[in-house]
Design a binder for this molecule. Structure first.
Ligand code: ATP
Length: 557
């Protein structure tokens, strides 16, 4: 994941990269499992001292580039975007109007054997990751050796080897996939597959078809079964499942629904509810934006992949209100601008992808949607969503106008007309953004004191400077402490006088600290220190009175 060709590459297998990153995050105080002493709570994570700094730095960069100092618009005009901070709990009608109460649900399938719940659209991916699928593919000699990602051999046309299938079922399959039809009842399952094959001896099929064949005990009217990624058992038909967390306000009886409220599943709706107040009380008029950063909650059925899909997470959303006829122009502008921004945060071009969502796959009210996707280690070679940029037309304002019976039109005095603005929404995940930064930054190089280190963009790094006296005597600590007291007024600094200098550098590299300043025996004589660059491990001698300017310049590069 290194950016420069000259850097030693991470040669470790991708599968263990996430576990090593997760371990590093815990060890260095970036991210811990929530409620860990009680065994953790699935889908919830806590940010530690370094993690909260990194998250806040990313959040602040977004706020600065969206609200304080937004980009120039497509015609070179300065944009006006204001901030807001709305309640997590809103009037329950909000979610009826937005469609979340009726429709914010993912089709779910339950395994009839192990009872696990899965999001229907995740099942193929999960099968690709499942150990039993990999072991079955090995036994069936499917795909090129070593490439066991489903994407790699899904498309390959595969002949069926009944003997190998039976052997696998009687050995590895018993433990790995006890629910699979082939394992539970090999004789019956294989005999109908055999019959099917005889009827068409030249038959070949994809690996996914093969999995469905061996997951189906008896072919019948319902056709082939898709196996459970966990145990191989058969799955129910997809059913709707509401993702919103419910709570109650006030002292209400448990069986009384009148106090029922929801934790917001997105920050956007709070913006729509206040759009009229913002228009009436500040000097904005279309085109303008309202931005918000905050927590959102979704009772995800399959939280997974570290902080990629969690049940409590943070979003950075902006609703940009424009005259209806300008919608597509602004959609194009924001989709391109948001890609540019993520690159500016240090994500490499090769790891980013703009996925234009086709007509059939968009929300019905959206005129255009692009997902900005990142190549996470667990999605590679594919990409996973990082941010969605959606042209939502006037759908949300219209819905809230209808449900609240409040006129939400903008009165354009200049052109004597009134209209409901159209909305472009760049909706980014802050939590997912932190994960993308960490994945991009993670480096592995055996030749360094700390083989694992984080190449974070210096302005986003949690700690900017490590300050060390080379040894804890001969006047060095005094000079180092003075420098520390000066620099910490501006930058997050860490003073460290313990252990060997190599160990101190290693600790800073793991934390992604871009600069380490060492006060040595010469400093008292030449009034200079060495500054070590995290990425090159090169040291430069810099005069004490030039240290501030040196660091300031590097942080704005
Ligand atoms: P997905 O398809 O991955 O569930 P989504 O399309 O439902 O995501 P949006 O509703 O567009 O997501 O939310 C905007 C952004 O919020 C996403 O791009 C993502 O970065 C973030 N996000 C959404 N759900 C989660 C989650 N469960 N955990 C962490 N971040 C999330």
């Amino acid at each position: 994941m290194s950016q420069s060709q000259s850097q030693p590459r991470n040669t470790q297998p991708e599968t263990s990269l996430m576990s090593r990153l997760t371990a590093l995050c815990k060890r260095r105080g970036f991210i811990y499992p929530a409620s860990e002493i009680y065994g953790g709570l699935n889908g919830f994570w806590d940010f530690g001292p370094l993690g909260v700094l990194l998250k806040n730095n990313l959040r602040d960069a977004w706020w600065r580039d969206m609200v304080l100092c937004p980009p120039l618009g497509p015609d070179g005009e300065p944009l006006s975007i204001v901030g807001i901070d709305t309640s997590i709990i809103q009037h329950p009608k909000t979610w009826e109007a937005s469609g979340h109460v009726g429709g914010f649900s993912d089709p779910m399938q339950t395994c009839r054997k192990c009872k696990k719940l899965f999001r229907a659209d995740h099942i193929e991916d999960m099968l690709g990751d499942a150990e039993w699928v990999k072991s079955f593919a090995d036994a069936m000699k499917v795909g090129a050796a070593g490439t066991l990602q489903l994407g790699g051999f899904l498309t390959g046309q595969t002949p069926f080897d009944g003997v190998a299938a039976r052997q696998w079922a009687q050995k590895q399959g018993k433990k790995a996939a006890p629910g699979l039809a082939l394992v539970r009842n090999p004789a019956v399952t294989l005999s109908w597959i055999d019959e099917d094959m005889r009827a068409d001896p030249a038959k070949t099929f994809s690996f996914m078809d093969l999995l469905r064949y061996v997951a189906t005990e008896q072919k019948n009217v319902t056709g082939l079964q898709t196996p459970c990624p966990n145990c191989g058992g058969d799955l129910t038909e997809p059913r709707q499942f509401n993702l919103m967390f419910e709570s109650r306000v006030g002292a209400v009886e448990a069986d009384d629904d009148s106090g029922k409220v929801y934790l917001r599943p997105e920050t956007a709706q709070g913006i729509f509810l206040q759009y009229k107040n913002v228009l009436d009380t500040s000097r904005v008029r279309p085109p303008f934006g309202i931005a918000q950063v905050g927590k959102s909650f979704r009772n995800e059925v399959t939280p997974r992949n570290f902080i990629f899909r969690t049940r409590e997470f943070e979003q950075m959303e902006m609703e940009f209100f424009v005259p209806p006829e300008d919608g597509m122009k602004w959609y194009e502008f924001w989709a391109a601008e948001r890609m540019r921004w993520w690159k500016d945060m240090g994500l490499s071009e090769a790891n980013l992808f703009r996925h234009e969502i086709g007509d059939g796959d968009r929300a019905f009210y959206s005129a255009a949607t692009a997902d900005i996707e990142y190549k996470y280690p667990f999605t590679a070679p594919n990409f996973g969503e990082l941010e969605g940029v959606a042209y939502r037309t006037d759908y949300d304002l219209k819905q809230h106008q209808t449900f609240s019976k409040t006129n939400l039109e903008y009165i354009d005095q200049e052109n004597s007309r009134r209209y409901l603005p159209h909305v472009i929404e760049p909706a980014a995940g802050l939590t997912r953004g932190v994960l993308a930064l960490l994945c991009e930054a993670y480096q592995y190089d055996e030749s360094r004191a700390s083989p694992e280190w984080l190449k974070l963009k210096p302005s986003l790094a949690p700690t900017k400077i490590g300050i060390f006296p080379l040894v804890n005597k001969d006047g060095m600590p005094e000079i180092a402490e003075k420098l520390y007291l000066d620099l910490r007024r501006t930058y997050t600094c860490q003073y460290d006088a313990k252990q060997s200098i190599g160990k101190r550098y290693a600790r800073m590299d793991e934390a992604g600290t871009p600069f380490c300043i060492t006060v040595d025996g010469e400093t008292a004589k030449d009034n200079a220190v060495t500054i070590r660059d995290r990425d090159t491990a090169q040291q430069e001698r810099v005069a004490l009175d030039q240290v501030r300017a040196y660091v300031a310049k590097k942080l704005t590069d």
